[in-house]
Write a new protein. Structure first.
Length: 217
């Protein structure tokens, strides 16, 4: 698999290109406070980074579907103006993206974050110019699953899945890629563990940011 030539590389956003830990956990804590739930250990909220939010509110706090939808609305109250920028680029990511594009690779983003937020973040960090397509979830929840977002990214780009690679830090990235018949790579600098990524069936693992270019170029 390592010797395969990848022409199209899809990147997850949270936990792969940027470290959004502070902003996402602050936003989740804000939403939980609306329900009288106070969380003092911010690491307990890390599982919210990556998967669709409404599913996480139901899974980790037992919210009903209706409560979870409202919790996402509360989350966005904080996130849209403040939490979105409580974020940082992982060291070396911008340089890697630059060199990949200079080498002729086509780069796409496929994120479970709402597309409108993803575009603002990538523009804020000045790396939106490296991506042919930025594909994300819809605000109304009609497009939210990773597999569907990957499919949507390909439809918008017009490129083939045949020589494509999905790069992400959580099992959802790997499983979504598998559903679409796309080779996958898990990264260890984000919020998923090696065990999680291997169990999901990642075709390769990148331990450090520099491994992306070392292996793909």
């Amino acid at each position: 698999m390592m010797n395969k030539e990848f022409d199209v590389i899809l990147f997850d956003l949270d936990g792969t290109l940027t470290d959004p830990g502070e902003g996402i956990t602050n936003s989740v804590a804000y939403a939980l406070n609306k329900y009288g739930i106070v969380n003092t250990d911010r690491t307990e909220l890390y599982p919210f980074i990556g998967p669709p939010l409404y599913a996480s509110f139901m899974k980790y706090y037992g919210f009903t579907e209706e409560e979870a939808v409202k919790a996402v609305d509360y989350y966005r109250e904080y996130y849209k103006d403040k939490g979105i920028f409580e974020n940082r680029l992982y060291d070396g990511i911008a340089d890697v993206l630059k060199r990949l594009t200079e080498a002729g690779k086509v780069l796409l983003v496929a994120t479970s974050k709402p597309e409108v937020f993803a575009k603002r973040i990538l523009s804020y960090f000045g790396i939106d110019k490296y991506f042919a397509v930025i594909a994300g979830a819809t605000m109304d929840g009609s497009l939210i699953e990773k597999s569907d977002i990957i499919s949507y990214a390909f439809k918008n780009s017009g490129f083939s899945k045949e020589n494509a690679l999905m790069v992400g830090d959580r099992s959802f990235d790997i499983l979504g890629a598998k559903e679409q018949g796309v080779t996958s790579a898990g990264v260890l600098w984000g919020y998923g563990s090696l065990e999680e990524l291997k169990n999901a069936g990642a075709d390769m693992i990148f331990e450090r940011v520099e491994d992306i270019e070392k292996i793909l170029l």
